[in-house]
Design a binder for this molecule. Sequence first.
Ligand code: NAP
Ligand code: F7E
Length: 341
Amino acid sequence: MSNKKVVLITGIGGQDGSLLAELLLERGYDVHGIIRRASNFNTQRIDHIFNKITLHYGDLTDMGNITSIIANVKPDEIYNLAAMSHVRVSFEMENYTFQTNTMGILNILQAVRTLGLSEKTKIYQASTSEMYGNTTDGSKMLTERSEMNPVSPYGISKLAAHHICNYYRDAYNMFVVSSVLLNHEGERRGLTFVTQKIAQYVGKYSHGKIGKPLQLGNLNAKRDWGYAKDYVWGIYLMMQYDKPDNYLLATGEEHSVREFVELAFNEIGISIEWRGSGEDERGYNKLTGDLLVEVNPKYYRPIDIEHLIGDASKAHKVLGWHPKTSFKTLVHLMVANAITN
Ligand code: NAP
Ligand code: F7E
């Protein structure tokens, strides 16, 4: 019998899941993952490791399916990275968001417990800074203990999941880690998140593919943007620590969407000049006067969070985790990737 550790990753086809699969393969794990059946291929992010991992068709909302996968795989570690992860879309798909993000982790926890795997299987849950809501004006850093008042279906569904994880750890003495992740991005970020949307636009623009100006929503929103690879390393460290606990991962810096746009265009030698305000704000090429960015209210949310910035002191101290990638490098990596791919 192999003495490799066995891991099951939900959301293995997503940004973080694909990065974690690579990391765990490098560390000698037998890697299993859950993907959804789709009418077309949805494994682009894991095609390069396809022959080294075992994939199972599944959906977090299907309790029978999740239970039977866990019963067959009997994992030493489960990383629950699957989610309906788009905040704006969660306002349009409320029930589905709760089914996946809240009931999904409950299905996993119940399955592990009823299958008698509570002592064997460690469980990781990806929680989020969206759980805080508008509790800070940016002058205060968020920590694991900050007040949480989520303002989106996504944030509320994740906060309920976070409480469920705390309850399973306390009531059943299970190894359950639920960590608050601030925004983390990278080359594999989904195309509809703002950083990738900007990077892809700049990449196309650099090749002369000049269509209509980049359409964005709230330019003032500030986020604590880190690099996904750094965060996946932090997630791994939490699961190797001798006792389960919750940790927040963040860079400790916040930047606005507007700043991201400026830095991204700087990567191709363009300086942006902003004119107007609110819905009428526009970004122009400072040198040529060409219109490059427009505000489109279609991308506004019923409620947005204006500031998110976190203090990862606990993760620094206990896990020795530090983000290695600066904001400027993150923008550089994403734009460079968009230009070449
Ligand atoms: P992502 O790229 O959107 O990946 C999510 C994955 O979940 C996709 O592979 C998706 O499959 C899968 N999925 C969605 N619904 C599912 C369901 N009902 N059953 C099974 N699989 C399902 O997300 P990510 O950025 O890697 O984030 C990973 C986790 O961290 C998520 O839980 C997210 O909420 C959380 N998080 C992310 C951030 C961030 O900034 N990235 C910050 C805080 C927390 P398809 O490909 O088929 O859609
Ligand atoms: O928006 C503003 C938008 O969709 C960031 C997920 O990974 O991180 C992510 O959620 C900000 C918001 O990420 C556009 O209003 C402006 O203020 O890139 P985003 P998010 O909502 O912060 C958290 C931590 C997660 O947990 C989530 O899973 O940018 N914004 N204009 C825009 N956002 C989008 N998507 N598109 C725009 O055109």
